[in-house]
Design a protein. Structure first.
Lengths: 278, 590
């Protein structure tokens, strides 16, 4: 890939948002280790305590007296993991599906893309809620549910790109030398999709975070005592009048993370576009 | 006093000087040719004169137009000058015309903008101008959208819009490079005849274009002027080494020798046999089939080069793609060494695939931008000789690189790090690494500069002498074909019109279209170039095929019979030709 370090460093939005995300992720890993509290134990002597340095309750405590700093860090961890794994799921399915449909074109393309259209038409949130109600709520189901929504967009984008790549002469050249279809997709089509896909993934991550938060907010996502940013916001809303920090801190962090991913996506898109126009 | 005076012009992108210390002048009413290879700064100079340089460029020096300093002029002053006093015609008229506006409206706007006419008077002037540039039925074309016109007609409309204000200076930047040879000749003729008192600065890489149509010639190399003078003198006795090189590299129909030795009866066996091939496409939104190639037959023998020549729309690209199995053949048979090939390349055996290879027109586009040159060349080996050890494969790749004249270090280069000529060498290496029997070159040198083109053609010739490779050389340019081919096949509107030995075709063509193509090639010699015949008209649209002989609407020799009856291919004096009058008319080139 030709995006040089000079270009990357020259892009302030990219450096700042990537920096914030890396620091946040590191905090989420290290934070719970250095805090004297864990995410489980309750302390009935310290219910809804406001953020204070004094006894290391940096973000205060919740209505059960659990330390909110540790819980928030745990929430970030869970949120990021859910988002990244869901994006990888959508990436793998979406790229394979879209590239296949686009490369073979014609009838194969028509059938595959009509299937996507059909899935699009289903009210997915409703569908996911049903799934959650019928089956035990578990971590895995959240990945599946979110990935299942996101891969549709990815497949459409990849398919469109592949349709135009397929007409390029280097693909004809490969077909003439006898390169197999699988190898053409893997060696000639996929590498040329990287730019678009990288950008799109950074934009699906915030989408996945939002869906996860939404599900958790509805009480359908992560199970107590595990938590995620969405679940924390849900809990915080109930304490809004008595202890506003229980809402504000996780909500702010959620907003910052979402914005960083969006900026990152935009910045990456600019970076790859500049390379293409040059 | 000079109309345009450029002195010490410098244009720089970052630390990269594109133009440095360039000085020249253009007098009122004169025609001046600015010649240089690609990347020599010609277009940048034109953009600087028009004040259209991108923000990333910094300019220095001075450009004075009729006493006004253009480099320091602000946007309002430039807007007043542009169109009204300085006009430009770009290379690609489709890019320069607004696809959402009717032709007439676009040109009319210029008049209204500069308050030169209004209302009905403006309409009348536009229609008159359209008639002057030779658009048939100008009243109707006034209301046409750009996509409804052919490339040549669009360029005529572009010229009309440039000249409508009667500017003092017309800059034409490669105005005919995107056009067919016969249309190119028409457009150049038009530019020369229509401009009245307008001075012309004609920017081109093609010496033939300058020789025929410019009084004075300026030669630039790497952003600096290396030679200027009267066209006659510059061409007769070039003072600079660069101009001499350019002249030597320009292909000439009237002088250079042809390939010796293998003419006439061929010893080699028939390698590739194409019989009665037809290709058609379904018209968008209807069930009608558009016939791109019909009833095409050709045998290619081992070790020979057959050139297939025709203008765009003649079906040559559809033909090669169908022969290679990239698009379906409607009817007909393609055989290799007597064995019939499946129509689709995917159903052809690997052992056959390696025998037929293609080199594309766009060298960079035919290389995967994400692969290094070494990987590109070794990929066919991975497919055809999967048991080869890594070391041996690498050795073969290096040997191939050496054969196409590139150093070992190019193994790790990406396509965007290569020049056009280098990229084409890599593409040729990829095609030749499997030692094919037939190499098809689809306009493989059309995008290259003169000297590079000659190197690439010499490379192909060398490989052929060494390995007995058969080459099918597709081109729109007869001049390029002449030096390399044994036989030449001329196509028009999807059919063969003439197939002859190279020598016979160029000295005694039998088909009027062949003769028209020969005449249309610009000759880089002012003494020869002037006063040549230019045939009228363009290749007909595939949607509305003419009756009888497809060439009859443009043919000076057409009879009633040509209008109603399509001529079959027949052999006259050993030449295959499709013309009713081939044995009556004498088209010998003198």
């Amino acid at each position: 890939m030709g995006a040089s370090w000079a270009n990357v460093r020259g892009n302030r939005a990219l450096v700042v948002s990537a920096g914030i995300l890396i620091v946040t992720a590191m905090l989420a890993v290290i934070g719970p280790l250095i805090s004297p509290y864990d995410y489980l134990s309750t302390n009935f002597d310290a219910l809804l305590r406001a953020p204070t340095m004094a006894d290391m309750h940096l973000f205060g405590t919740d209505d059960l007296g659990r330390d909110l700093f540790v819980r928030t860090m745990l929430g970030i961890r869970v949120t990021l993991i859910v988002a990244i794994i869901a994006s990888i799921v959508s990436l793998v399915i979406g790229v394979a599906y879209g590239a296949t449909a686009g490369y073979f074109g014609g009838r194969v393309d028509a059938v595959m893309m009509r299937l996507v259209d059909t899935l699009y038409a289903m009210p997915f949130i409703f569908f996911v809620i049903l799934l959650m109600v019928v089956f035990e709520r578990n971590f895995l189901l959240i990945f599946v549910a979110i990935g299942a929504i996101n891969w549709l967009d990815m497949a459409r984008i990849v398919r469109g790109q592949t349709l135009s790549l397929r007409e390029r002469e280097f693909v004809d050249a490969a077909r003439l030398t006898g390169v197999s279809s699988a190898r053409i997709i893997a060696r000639h089509i996929a590498p040329n999709l990287v730019g678009v896909v990288v950008v799109y993934v950074t934009l699906t991550i915030p989408q996945a975070i939002l869906v996860e938060s939404f599900l958790s907010f509805l009480g359908l996502g992560i199970q107590e005592p595990q938590t995620s940013l969405g679940a924390l916001v849900d809990a915080g809303v109930n304490q809004l009048e008595r202890a506003s920090w229980t809402l504000l801190i996780p909500a702010t962090l959620l907003a910052v993370i979402l914005m960083c991913f969006n900026f990152l996506g935009d910045a990456l898109r600019d970076l790859f576009d500049a390379r293409q126009t040059r | 006093m000079s109309l345009l005076e450029v002195s010490g012009l410098g244009i720089r992108y970052g630390t990269n000087d594109v133009v440095a210390g360039l000085s020249f002048s253009v007098d009122p009413g004169e025609s001046c040719g600015l010649v240089g290879e690609s990347g020599s700064g010609k277009t940048q100079t034109a953009l600087a004169i028009l004040g259209l340089l991108p923000a990333a460029a910094t300019s220095s020096g001075s450009i004075r137009f009729d006493g006004i300093e253009l480099l320091v002029a602000d946007e309002d002053e430039m807007n007043a000058l542009r169109a009204e006093r300085i006009a430009i015609v770009f290379q690609d008229p489709m890019q320069a015309l607004n696809p959402y506006l009717r032709i007439g409206q676009q040109i009319r706007r210029i008049l209204l903008q500069h308050k030169l006419a209004s209302g009905h008077e403006a309409n009348d002037r536009v229609i008159e101008m359209l008639a002057r540039v030779g658009l048939p039925d100008p009243k109707r074309q006034f209301g046409a959208y750009p996509h409804q016109l052919s490339g040549g007609m669009r360029q005529r409309a572009m010229i009309a819009s440039a000249l409508i204000t009667e500017p003092d200076l017309l800059i034409a930047d490669e105005p005919t490079t995107a056009l067919d040879v016969t249309v190119q000749a028409q457009i150049l003729e038009l530019l020369a005849s229509i401009r009245d008192d307008t001075a012309l600065l004609l920017i081109t890489h093609d010496l033939g274009v300058v020789a025929g149509h410019c009084e004075r010639t300026l030669v630039i190399e790497q952003g600096g002027l290396v030679e200027e003078g009267l066209t006659r003198q510059v061409f007769a006795a070039p003072q600079s080494r660069h101009m001499a090189q350019l002249l030597a590299a320009a292909p000439r129909l009237d002088r250079d020798g042809m390939r010796e030795g293998m003419r006439g009866e061929f010893a080699g066996e028939t390698v590739l046999d194409i019989r009665a091939a037809a290709v058609s496409f379904r018209e968008r939104g209807s069930h009608r089939r558009l016939q791109a190639v019909r009833d095409f037959t050709l045998q290619v023998r081992s070790g020979e080069t057959v050139a297939v020549v025709g203008e765009s729309g003649s079906g040559k690209s559809s033909l090669v793609r169908a022969v290679l199995g990239l698009i379906p053949l409607q009817t007909g048979v393609v055989s290799f060494l007597g064995e019939r090939l499946p129509d689709d390349v995917r159903s052809r055996a690997l052992t056959v695939k390696r025998e037929l290879q293609l080199v594309f027109q766009d060298p960079v586009g035919s290389l995967n931008p994400q692969m290094r040159a070494g990987d590109i060349i070794s990929e066919p080996l991975l497919v055809h000789a999967p048991t080869l050890r890594d070391g041996e494969r690498r050795r073969r790749v290096l040997r191939m690189l050496e054969k196409v004249g590139l150093p070992d270090s190019f193994v790790s280069r990406y396509p965007h790090e290569l020049s056009g000529g280098q990229a084409q060498r890599v593409a040729i290496a990829r095609a030749l690494v499997m030692k094919p029997s037939v190499l098809i070159c689809d306009e493989a040198v059309a995008a290259l500069d003169g000297t590079v083109r000659n190197q690439v053609m010499a490379l192909l010739e060398g490989v052929q002498d060494e390995t007995g490779l058969s080459i099918i050389f597709i081109s729109h340019d007869l001049a390029v074909v002449r030096g390399i081919s044994h036989r030449v096949l001329v196509m028009y509107f999807g059919r063969l019109v003439e197939l002859a030995d190279c020598a016979s075709l160029f000295t005694r063509p039998l088909h009027p279209y062949t003769r028209a193509l020969i005449d249309a090639v610009p000759v880089p010699d002012p003494a020869v170039a002037r006063g040549k015949q230019v045939i009228a008209g363009e290749v007909p649209s595939i949607v509305t095929p003419p009756s009888g002989c497809a060439f009859h609407p443009r043919c000076a020799y057409a009879h009633e019979r040509c209008i109603v009856e399509r001529p079959d291919e027949r052999v006259v004096d050993g030449v295959t030709v499709a013309c009713h009058r081939a044995d009556e008319i004498d088209l010998t080139v003198r």
